[in-house]
Design a protein around this ligand. Structure first.
Ligand code: DLL
Length: 433
């Protein structure tokens, strides 16, 4: 039977959800207008006052907020609550430019943890579970978010943080951890290490995993599920909106329910800014309607995704987002062709490789080059040159069918590509240097 953390909210009828959203949006617009001069200025530039926003139907009138706005107003410029009311800061893991700093009141932390508790409950966690949190703790939101959610559910929480892989496995076995929270790439690494230690899925106490913070494919899900003998659920979020738990997967494992009582989602055409209908792919835009300290109106996430309002078998009524394909800023343009790293991953996993690969893009004689380095699995490892050449050719053909591009593929020995304990970095684009 499906369990919910907050059934009256998670299964509310559409009219109720829209009513909540309208009421909260109106309040939020007034809140930022009164407390954040930068927002007021942006609205004034469009000739808007809070009176122009009477409900969700007026959302499209509001200006977008972009990462550049966050940078320009760093660190306190978009703070909408008195500093004395704020209790927490988190920050993005971004490596370029200034970090984004997000603020939380106690109320914001509470609502965020509720969202994570919904995700954990949807993955089957209860007060009788042992929940191992192997997302990083600190400025990153992964550790803190799932940790708080796990407390709310009442699970016994193991605050492991990421890294120290053998110790993770020892604790998991000694304490009988049943739920694992970490990035999918770290889950794959943990699974690989368990296999090397000779552990079979039956010897691993886990039953579920909650994996997010980076794009991962269905093939990777199947690999992790079979290695650990678990159900692997996706979870989505971003620091700017709170952290993990903006959306999460349910038993249907076919997209993530967006917590619509806290966030209004839109899909827009990234070039024109036009709002697109359900089912069309575009850039995901969120408005946070319950946050006090750091509310964002129409924030452009750069994540490329599709929304669906189709009825879900789990009974939840909140809109679902498909797995993000990647980010508009992750998308590589190689010889004019748009390439998402996730497409390359799909080809590799489909041919039986793991998620240990590297994509190297360069420009030689004014022409883009695409090199893909792929690790052989221990089972397929060989030094037979004929066999290696056959396998490389097979990948080249798979990539050509998927992308319409010819790549140079190099198979490398097992364990030669460095593993990630957090978000994996798989693309090296030398063209920008
Ligand atoms: O990654 C928050 C998080 C922590 C989510 C733990 C899930 C689990 P940031 O570091 O600010 O926050 O990065 C946000 O990561 O805009 C997406 O591009 C990407 N991302 C997050 N979750 C997913 C996912 C956290 N499930 C950025 N699938 C987002 C694909 C994801 N991409």
């Amino acid at each position: 039977m499906e369990r919910y953390y907050q059934p009256e909210i998670e299964t509310a009828p559409r009219e109720q959800i829209t009513a909540w959203q309208s009421e909260r949006l109106v309040k939020q617009v007034r809140h930022v207008w009164e407390n954040v001069p930068a927002y007021r200025k942006k609205m004034e530039e469009k000739g808007l006052t809070p009176d122009d926003i009477k409900g969700v139907e007026d959302l499209h009138k509001l200006p977008f907020v972009t990462k550049a706005d966050l940078r320009d107003n760093y660190p306190y410029g978009l703070l909408a609550a008195p500093l004395g009311d704020c209790v927490r800061i988190h920050s993005t893991s971004g490596t370029t430019g200034k970090r984004v700093v997000a603020f939380y009141t106690q109320h914001d932390v509470d609502l965020w943890e509720d969202c994570c508790a919904r995700a954990l409950t949807a993955a089957g966690a209860t007060e009788n579970d042992v929940c191992q949190v192997a997302y990083g703790y600190g400025l990153f939101t992964g550790g803190a978010g799932l940790h708080g959610g796990s407390h709310k559910v009442g699970s016994l929480t193991l605050p492991m943080s990421s890294g120290n892989t053998e110790r993770q496995i020892t604790f998991m076995r000694d304490l009988g951890a049943t739920v694992l929270c970490c990035t999918p790439s770290y889950a794959a690494y943990l699974g690989e290490t368990m296999k090397e230690m000779g552990l079979t899925p039956e010897q691993i106490p886990l039953k579920a995993g909650i994996f997010g913070a980076e794009a991962w494919s269905e093939e990777m899900r199947r690999d992790i599920e079979s290695t650990m003998g678990i159900k692997a659920y996706d979870i989505y979020g971003l620091t700017e909106l709170s952290g993990p738990g903006v959306a999460f997967e349910c038993s249907a494992q076919s997209g993530m329910h967006i917590n619509e009582d806290h966030f209004i989602a839109e899909i827009i055409d990234p070039d024109t800014g036009e709002v697109l209908p359900d089912g069309q792919q575009g850039e995901l835009v969120f408005t946070s309607i319950t946050k006090e300290a750091f509310p964002l109106l129409r924030y452009r996430t750069r994540d490329v995704c599709v929304l669906s309002h189709e009825k879900c078998s789990c009974g939840r009524t909140h809109v679902k987002m498909a797995k993000p394909r990647g980010r508009t800023d992750d998308m590589l343009i190689i010889r004019g062709v748009n390439v998402f790293p996730s497409q390359i991953e799909t080809v590799l996993l489909g041919l039986g490789y793991g998620a240990n690969y590297q994509i190297i893009v360069d420009r030689v004689n004014h022409t883009d080059t695409l090199d893909v380095r792929v690790e052989m699995t221990p089972e397929m490892f060989t030094d037979n040159m004929g066999e290696i050449a056959r396998r490389q050719k097979q990948i080249v053909e798979g990539l050509r069918a998927m992308l319409g591009l010819t790549a140079k593929v190099t198979l490398v020995a097992p364990k030669s590509i460095v593993r990630s304990e957090g978000k994996a970095v798989r693309v090296i684009d030398n063209r920008r240097i």
